[in-house]
Write a protein that binds this ligand. Sequence first.
Ligand code: SF4
Length: 456
Amino acid sequence: MSDLPGGATQLFVGLHLIHEVTSPQAFAALAEKKLQVYCPECTVATVDHIVPTVNQQRPFADHLAEEMLRTLESNCKKHKIEFFNIGSGQQGIVHVIAPELGLTQPGMTVACGDSHTSTHGAFGAIAFGIGTSQVRDVLASQSLAMNKLKVRRIWFDGQLTKGVYAKDLILHVIRSLGVKGGVGYAYEFAGPAIDSLSMEERMTICNMAIEGGARCGYFNPDSVTFDYLKGRQKSPSNAQWNHAVNWWKSLASDSSAVFDDEVHFDASKIAPTVTWGITPAQGLAINEDIPIPESMGANEGLMATEACSYMNLKPGTSISGIPIDVCFIGSCTNGRLSDLKAAAEVLKGRHVAEGIKAFVVPGSEQVAKAAKAIGLDKVFLSAGFEWRQPGCSMCLAMNPDKLEGRQISASSSNRNFKGRQGSANGRTLLMSPAMVAAAAIKGKVTDVREILRTHN
Ligand code: SF4
């Protein structure tokens, strides 16, 4: 790390994650300038966005997808980059596999040509998404120029209640602070509710920090972090482990640390949260009504009018009860084992409502294997869900998994922008995996707590 003449800081990138979508032009630019990858051992690849989730037989039916994968295979081979390809047992969404392999570690600077690189901040890493030209720069120099961020501490008192998850917590933050509220900031999450979250829940929160405008999200590394990392394939081992943990402990913010801004929430007051509009900030607690634009400020009102028109929702009506066509569980936000477990808890002994298409896409081959080992695939299948192969799937729909026409989805992913899930007119409601499962059973947006109560 060093200061550059213009005031920016040159950061060494300890882990550069690449995938098939944002790396081809970067490698082509490198070839044009006859440059090599500066630090192949700091670079790791996987394929995620374009992989089909039904039939992964090569060559893929989609010629463009096949070509993108072949290009990545060839670039990794040429530059001696480790590549976790389909069938390796370790392929999956880039933000799922790096943590589960133990690649993401506290104190690292992590970069990837994908916005949701913020996920890795859950480990006490500084992690951010970069554009294709920056992917080229990192490949060529293993460093990046960046301006210093302000830090906002987001403090959560209390504890999450039954049926309320990390996804609800971050949707609540984004709803409260807005999609641009974090611009210029890194979000540091702290407080009693945060301390008791698992690493997978922490990843869900940091994953969506970017949706609140923050450049990155961050958790102080603690015993939960160390327990998660211990024994993973790329984690430090033997004598290096103790040395690493001692250093990681020293990274946590001091209790006397001063922040540029602080915001407080009470986790115990948060209800299951669902988006109703076309930005992740347009969210509501499940017992609230869709806002009336005339009762809002001018700008917000205009956005609400546009959102209601696109979503075909009536202001003043309840978010609960909106009929659903498609239910999708997966993505780098909520495609991990604990997410599948939470959804399976809701689905067990129940069945998807008639006419609903429901599918679950594990975030990685390792997640799929672990889920199968405890019988989760059977729970999903007997509930009427399709069990798919790992990939990004209908989070971005760069593969064949797409909404059709005006279909509306209950989705555990992270973006509800117009056309995000593969149909130009498709509509997305973001929610937790358990809430997606509840929507699948009832065929409409439903408070998962009602279903969980009847289980007991
Ligand atoms: S799951 Fe979605 S947000 Fe995550 S990396 Fe894939 S496309 Fe991007």
